[in-house]
Design a protein around this ligand. Structure first.
Ligand SMILES: NC(=O)c1ccc[n+]([C@@H]2O[C@H](COP(=O)([O-])OP(=O)(O)OC[C@H]3O[C@@H](n4cnc5c(N)ncnc54)[C@H](O)[C@@H]3O)[C@@H](O)[C@H]2O)c1
Length: 466
């Protein structure tokens, strides 16, 4: 970083701030509305550290005065030997740049859900417990694990206690409900952070069956919440009510749309900011490998709401990250249903005959919409591939620019075409772990650590759900 460039710390406005004020700002940033400024972002000399649009929480708040890029130029691979240093990439709190966990006081975490997202699986790289261990080291103390499936909780804890992270799980108590945990909680075991990895059917709403966040606010008002996507799978209006309560309470809340933290994605934001571009349109394609998806709930619309809500949501969210708010009335969608000729699948790994016909999922879905600023969006989700690897791409178009994000799950790569050239540059980043980045930024926000950014607020994630 050039000596003349001061670190932006957590400044979201131009006034100098002392630490408590900074933390207050973050608290409101993370739960509050991300009111996106126009996509044409900034005056020519106005630059920012990462995401101009998500850091600007409201239009009254001036953007930070200058760009600070924590580049890692050596990790940019370009097939055309582009001037790497001229286009430094944003990397903040990534696994690559993270220091080893610092010593310090215990950090209590309560985990809700003992499933794949929390403890990992063969399905993919997600595994929050691993990232919390990596971030907090011996400070991590998992005070409770909540899951109605007590055997599953016990089994994952047995595994952890037999490993070198034993100290984090030595005193973890298992409960079926958060109420049971709270009833025995002491000052010493109050969680600083609560990680929510239960299925969306049980959260994001206002009824007894799904009002988890409202209960968290009541039972653990001093904790901060990391909540998995999608934020709900009930009525959108209920999710909006939950948002309002979270915003009112002011706790730090981060939602697990980890793809926003990908360095390729941040580079795309950087290119848009540096060139003062207006996004003209987004084209998203998410084709999953259905043969490997063996969860009956995933194949049942009545439980997971179908694959667009369950997984395609990541690309709806990324589309919005670039295109901004969507004119919801403009959304038009079509799908190939399970009983139509093109929808016949030969390798479904669950017994679909056990799922009521009207609850079986569509095979392919297409949608188009207008963004509020007039740009257009296209989304395609396909339950069509076999094997294990997904085929996912997001294209973003601006005047003279095409940015193609390819394979964000396995080998995130950005193909960039710019004005004056028909060739595509290729940018790839090593050691990029967006799951670590989102956890690291969340913890740093709680602790007032260096330069944290929460890129997905509950309110913004609710718009993605909508
Ligand atoms: N960001 C990502 O890439 C990513 C990846 C995987 C899953 N997820 C999300 O994580 C969430 C969970 O998915 P998963 O794959 O871990 O599912 P899973 O089925 O493997 O695990 C869910 C666990 O939650 C438990 N559970 C059910 N009701 C509960 C309740 N009321 N309270 C606490 N626990 C309860 C279940 O018993 C189960 O053990 C979903 O919202 C999913 O979309 C996100």
């Amino acid at each position: 970083m050039p000596a003349s460039v001061s670190r932006p710390r957590l400044t979201l406005n131009s006034r100098p701030t002392r630490r408590p004020a900074i933390i207050k700002q973050i608290r409101s940033l993370s739960a509050t509305a991300i009111v996106m400024p126009p996509i044409r972002s900034s005056p020519a000399n106005l630059t920012t550290r990462c995401d101009i649009r998500s850091l600007s929480t409201n239009s009254l708040m001036p953007l930070p005065p200058r760009h600070i890029f924590t580049k890692i130029p050596s990790t940019i691979a370009s097939t055309r030997q582009i001037a790497i240093t001229a286009m430094p990439c944003v990397a903040f709190n990534t696994a690559h740049s993270a220091s080893p966990p610092a010593p310090g006081a215990d950090f209590n975490v309560l985990m809700i859900g003992a499933g794949n997202i929390m403890f990992g699986s063969d399905e993919g790289p997600w595994n929050h417990s691993f990232r919390f261990e990596h971030k907090l080291g011996p400070r991590l103390k998992v005070v409770g694990l909540i899951d109605p499936n007590v055997e599953r909780s016990q089994s994952v804890l047995d595994g952890k206690r037999a490993s070198f992270v034993e100290s984090a799980y030595r005193d973890t108590k298992v409960f079926r409900t958060i109420e049971d945990f709270q009833a025995q909680m002491t000052k010493e075991t109050e969680p600083r952070a609560i990680v929510v990895g239960s299925p969306p059917a049980y959260r994001g709403g206002t009824t007894k069956a799904n009002d988890l966040e409202l209960q968290l606010l009541k039972l653990f008002p001093h904790s901060h919440y990391f909540v998995e996507k999608p934020v709900a799978c009930g009525p959108v209006e209920e999710a909006k009510e939950v948002t309002q309560e979270l915003v009112r309470a002011g706790n730090i809340v981060s939602v697990g749309y980890m793809l926003r933290y990908l360095r390729c994605v941040q580079k795309m934001k950087q290119i848009i900011a540096e060139n003062n571009l207006t996004v003209m349109g987004t084209v998203a394609r998410y084709a999953c490998a259905y043969e490997a998806i063996a969860k009956p709930a995933w194949w049942n619309k009545a439980i997971d709401m179908g694959p667009v809500i369950e997984q395609g949501t990541h690309f709806c969210d990324l589309s919005r990250y670039f295109g901004g708010d969507v004119d919801i009335g403009s959304v038009v969608a079509h799908s190939v249903e399970w009983d139509e000729a093109p929808g016949q699948l030969s390798k479904i790994p669950v017994d679909e005959s056990k799922i009521p016909e009207d609850q079986r999922i569509p095979r392919m879905t297409t949608a188009t919409w207008k963004y509020a600023n007039g740009a257009v969006g296209t989304f395609v989700h396909a339950v069509a591939l076999q094997g294990t690897a997904y085929s996912c791409e997001l294209e973003v178009y601006c005047d003279g620019f095409q940015m193609r994000l390819v394979d964000p799950y396995n080998a995130p790569t950005l193909y960039l075409r710019r004005p004056g050239d028909d060739m595509e540059e290729r940018h790839a980043f090593t050691d990029d772990d967006p799951f670590f980045s989102e956890v690291s930024n969340f913890i740093d926000c709680i602790e007032g650590g260096p330069d944290p950014h929460i890129l997905s607020s509950f309110e913004d994630a609710t718009k993605t759900y909508e």
